[in-house]
Design a binder for this molecule. Structure first.
Ligand SMILES: [Fe+2]
Ligand SMILES: [Fe+2]
Length: 193
């Protein structure tokens, strides 16, 4: 991304470490898009801005949710992990002047995933999980899969997330369950309905 103001604003809003994470996600998105033959510019900006709603100031996040009249569902309401993606979509539109719906949706659904994810959404979702500084057990396997079979890599990593959420007694967003079931149908029966 050439627009320097975007980088400066992003770093000021989300902090240096998360900004560096965002740049790594952007670079991973570009790499995956080149590999799979997808639109590089779309995924680059979506990757860079995917965490733009994760403001350093959590109180400001909650205030903006109210100011923008964003209605949160019962799962997202108490979860800043989910709120930042929903707020991020709105900030991308209002403050970073993003009008491309694919880019906006990639930001909005980068934490939960959803049914019928498009290519931009899929690349941002998995790039966030496999960027070079991620080092959880099994990441190498998911990284390899992302270049061979992007749907399979998302399914595999979602199932890991679902297990973790159950083990830690955390609520599960329905979008993730629907996304996982669809990817499972696709894997088992080639069925994308
Ligand atoms: Fe995020
Ligand atoms: Fe992220």
């Amino acid at each position: 991304m050439k627009d320097r103001w975007i980088h400066e604003k992003l770093e000021a809003d989300i902090g240096h470490d998360r900004y560096l994470h965002s740049v790594r996600v952007m670079e991973t998105c570009i790499d995956l898009a080149r590999h799979h033959g997808y639109h590089v510019e779309k995924v680059a900006i979506a990757g860079l801005l995917h965490d733009c709603g994760r403001l350093l100031d959590v109180k400001r996040m909650l205030k903006l949710i109210g100011d923008f009249d964003i209605i949160l569902d019962s799962i997202a309401r108490d979860n800043t992990g989910l709120i930042h993606a929903i707020l991020g979509e709105e900030l991308a539109r209002r403050e970073y002047h993003i009008g491309d719906v694919e880019v906006l949706n990639a930001i909005r659904f980068h934490t939960t995933g959803r049914e019928n994810m498009n290519s931009t959404e899929k690349i941002v979702y998995i790039a966030d999980i496999i960027e070079p500084n991620r080092n959880f057990p099994g990441v190498e396997n998911i990284r390899d899969m992302a270049y061979r079979d992007i749907d399979g890599s998302i399914l595999h990593s979602m199932e890991g997330t679902l297990k973790f959420l159950i083990e830690t007694s955390a609520p599960i967003h329905l979008d993730t369950i629907r996304a996982r079931n669809q990817l499972l149908r696709l894997k088992k029966w080639g069925d994308t309905r």
